[in-house]
Design a protein around this ligand. Structure first.
Ligand SMILES: C[S+](C)CC[C@H](N)C(=O)O
Ligand SMILES: N[C@@H](CCS)C(=O)O
Ligand SMILES: [Zn+2]
Length: 346
């Protein structure tokens, strides 16, 4: 279980969230291993995600599978497990016929399932002399508005006329509050496709007075811009300007772009950098399948890890199409990596 500092993000000045993430990274020996693709592994365990709710469907159809996948990632060496709330929204559940209350309960449940998996894992290993990974953290996923649209818009960031700042804030507000109230260690804003949504998240973190460290993770198709074409540097600058953001990085992006993206992020922030790329395959949103075999294998993926460490990433995992085998290999590779930079705890 994680011990939180007395004041959380609330106290401690402008870099409080980053300081908290740095403390966790220090506790983990200079690196933290994140989990891999949650939806990927739910499918591997038999879930049918061809649904507008995608992986969030399992919150009511097969919560036991979500718990199993979290456990599999913990057994593989993950320090951080990300909840099944990526595509879980009050609006999405309501359009399936759930009441507002039940929809909020399902959001909370995503955090509860991950916490249960952590408890089970800790209990299972409590009498073992071999050291387990520490700390173990639960990050509540907030997928973008594009994820809710269920048409792959998180890979274009093109929201048309709906994409105003106020609209995006209204869309995410209650969802964020409910997830924060459920008590995760972190809030994971994932697969952020454009600058506007990053700005909306910053304003919501402040207005809702969220005192749980957040991370902002963008996705890119060219190694320079986020998927909308907005500059990654500008996006990372927005994240850097928010004291409630504890880490900044990249997810669901081909491994070949990660090196350059880390260097870009470093130009504008001292906050810890996280990266959890996908396999490099392309998502066909109509058929809801991943296509093309240009992806990298687990072995290939891991060959990049030491370079990303040297570049300065301190939280490393995988996104779509990565598996517990990927995470096990990353964990082993990081354990052998002795070039950990000294992190100052502010
Ligand atoms: C990260 S993508 C693979 C998630 C699924 C997408 N939003 C869809 O519903 O098709
Ligand atoms: N946390 C989500 C990210 C999708 S891009 C998942 O792994 O399914
Ligand atoms: Zn992904």
């Amino acid at each position: 279980m994680v011990e939180k500092s007395a004041g959380g993000v609330e106290e401690g000045g402008s870099a409080a969230a980053a300081a908290e993430v740095r403390r966790w990274v220090e506790a983990g020996g200079g690196r933290l291993v994140m989990d891999g693709g949650l939806a990927t592994e739910l499918e591997a365990n038999g879930a049918d995600l061809n649904d507008p709710l995608w992986s969030a469907k399992c919150l009511f159809s097969s919560p036991h599978l979500i718990r199993k996948v979290h456990l599999d990632y913990l057994e593989a060496g993950a320090n951080i497990i990300i909840t099944a709330s990526y595509q879980a929204t009050i609006q999405g559940f309501e359009s399936k016929g759930f009441s507002k209350e039940r929809s909020e309960d399902l959001l909370k449940k995503s955090v509860e399932i991950a916490c249960e998996a952590r408890e089970m894992f800790l209990k299972e290993h409590s009498d073992q002399s071999t050291p387990m990974q520490h700390p173990i953290l639960v990050a509540a996923s907030v997928g973008s508005y594009g994820a809710y649209l269920a048409d792959g818009s998180e890979y274009s960031g093109d929201y048309g006329e709906a994409g105003t700042l106020e609209f995006l804030k209204d869309f995410h507000r209650r969802r964020l509050e409910v997830l924060a109230e459920a008590g995760p260690d972190l809030i994971a804003f994932e697969t952020i496709p454009n600058k506007l949504e990053a700005q909306a998240y910053v304003e919501l973190l402040e207005e809702c007075n969220i005192n749980i460290p957040a991370w902002f993770s963008f996705n890119s198709k060219d190694g320079v811009h986020v998927v909308s074409g907005d500059s990654l540097i500008e996006c990372a600058t927005i994240a850097n300007g928010c004291a409630k953001v504890g880490a900044v990085g990249i997810n669901c992006t081909p491994p070949r772009f990660i090196h350059g993206l880390i260097l870009s992020i470093q130009k504008v922030t001292d906050k810890p950098i996280l990266i959890y790329p996908n396999s490099g395959e392309r998502y066909d949103a109509e058929k809801k399948v991943w296509v093309e075999s240009t992806g990298v294998s687990d072995g290939d993926f891991v060959s990049y890890v030491n370079e990303w460490c040297k570049d300065g990433a301190v939280l490393i995992g995988g996104c779509c199409r990565t598996t517990p085998n990927t995470i096990r290999a990353i964990s082993r590779s990081l354990n052998q990596c002795h070039s950990a930079p000294q992190l100052s705890v502010a």
